[in-house]
Design a protein. Structure first.
Length: 71
């Protein structure tokens, strides 16, 4: 998994499990689940804008192009 912020790689973590393919909502950051606090290293304090989820891995170049950042 890779997290890009403004076209720059911010954080990456290895992931080998299956991705969910149901229609459950996507959660960004932390919150409460069944009354229990939960979160992750990608929790942000600010505004999240233009979130995109793809069915495949993008190259760093594709991410920069989406963010309209020139090489």
């Amino acid at each position: 998994m890779k997290l890009y912020v403004n076209g720059q790689l911010e954080k990456s973590e290895p992931y080998a499990g299956k991705l969910r393919s149901d229609k459950a909502p996507v959660h960004l950051g932390g919150g409460k689940l069944f009354g229990v606090d939960w979160g992750n290293q990608f929790t942000v304090h600010g505004t999240v804008d233009e979130v995109m989820i793809f069915g495949r891995s993008l190259t760093a170049r594709e991410v920069r192009q989406i963010c309209d950042i020139r090489e």
